[in-house]
Design a binder for this molecule. Structure first.
Ligand code: ZN
Length: 272
């Protein structure tokens, strides 16, 4: 009997969940957002965020403000360059894949001085590339095989919160699984890191070493190795960005052929 009741509760919950999801999608239908050309001054949204209490306390910005900003930005782009969106709408041909940290202070396009359409971007906490991350490897595959990017740039940044967190013994919950990847880099490079007297220096060196590990992992990927085997030119490089002056340091770790990898990782050129 107890089991039946449990099932009933479970079914009810599932039905509620289905209705809840349907309601959210229905809300989108009712919204009837009208998008007109960015060249005109008015884009109508009948969605009202005023009761959502979704204000950004620090800046006093609301979600409505963000949508207004967007309309102003779109208009100014067209004013400066009438063909701006026309050029971007059908095709993207970036020659760079940027793999960076999710940190809000390190926006790829901005710090490279590039416009939308010029850099394909993947970001996660502390710019980690593992061998089992389907998200990262899907991005790498698409950008290398389809977009034919010429460079994969792994860019870390000094004073990275993810790297600093990985250097503590403090538990943070789910993210600990992710941070373990950085702890593994620490373990591998312990001698180098422990030789540095200051904690800040250790943290910043681990930021660099973590980038290098990701560079190696991208280069070891079957996608990049297949590209090299087919004669496609792809280099994988490592950079580190300084938050205090906005400058990027080239870590000098460019891998552009299987010769730069240990034999065990040369999947396609090995004797099989
Ligand atoms: Zn970071």
């Amino acid at each position: 009997m107890r089991r039946d009741k449990s099932f009933a509760v479970s079914e009810q919950t599932s039905a509620d969940r289905t209705n809840h999801k349907a309601n959210i999608f229905a809300r989108l239908d009712r919204q009837q957002t009208t998008i007109v050309s960015p060249g005109t001054t008015h884009i109508a949204h009948d969605k009202d965020y005023s009761d959502a209490k979704a204000t950004f306390q620090d800046e006093g910005l609301t979600l409505e403000d963000l949508l207004r900003n967007n309309r102003q930005w779109a208009s100014s782009q067209v004013r400066n360059d009438p063909e701006y969106f026309t050029r971007l709408v059908d095709i993207q041909r970036p020659k760079l894949l940027w793999i960076g940290c999710s940190d809000s202070r390190v926006p790829a396009n901005e710090i490279l001085g590039l416009a939308p359409g010029e850099v394909f971007v993947h970001r996660n906490i502390a710019n980690v590339v593992t061998h089992s991350d389907l998200n990262a490897h899907s991005v790498i595959q698409y950008s290398v095989e389809v977009l034919k990017v010429r460079h994969v740039i792994v860019t870390g940044h000094y004073n990275c919160g993810g790297v600093k967190a990985a250097m503590t013994n403090q538990p943070f919950g789910l993210i600990d699984w992710w941070l373990h990847n950085i702890k593994d880099v620490y373990e591998d490079q312990k001698q180098t890191l422990d030789a540095l007297p200051e904690m800040k220096d250790k943290q910043n060196k681990l930021c660099e070493l973590n980038v290098v590990q990701s560079v190696i992992n991208v280069a070891k990927s079957s996608t990049v190795q297949k590209a090299w085997a087919a004669g496609q030119e792809v280099s994988v490089v490592g950079w580190c960005y300084r938050l205090d002056d906005g400058l990027i340091k080239d870590l000098g770790v460019s891998i552009s052929s299987p010769d730069d990898l240990d034999a065990v990782y040369k999947v396609l050129s090995g004797t099989q």
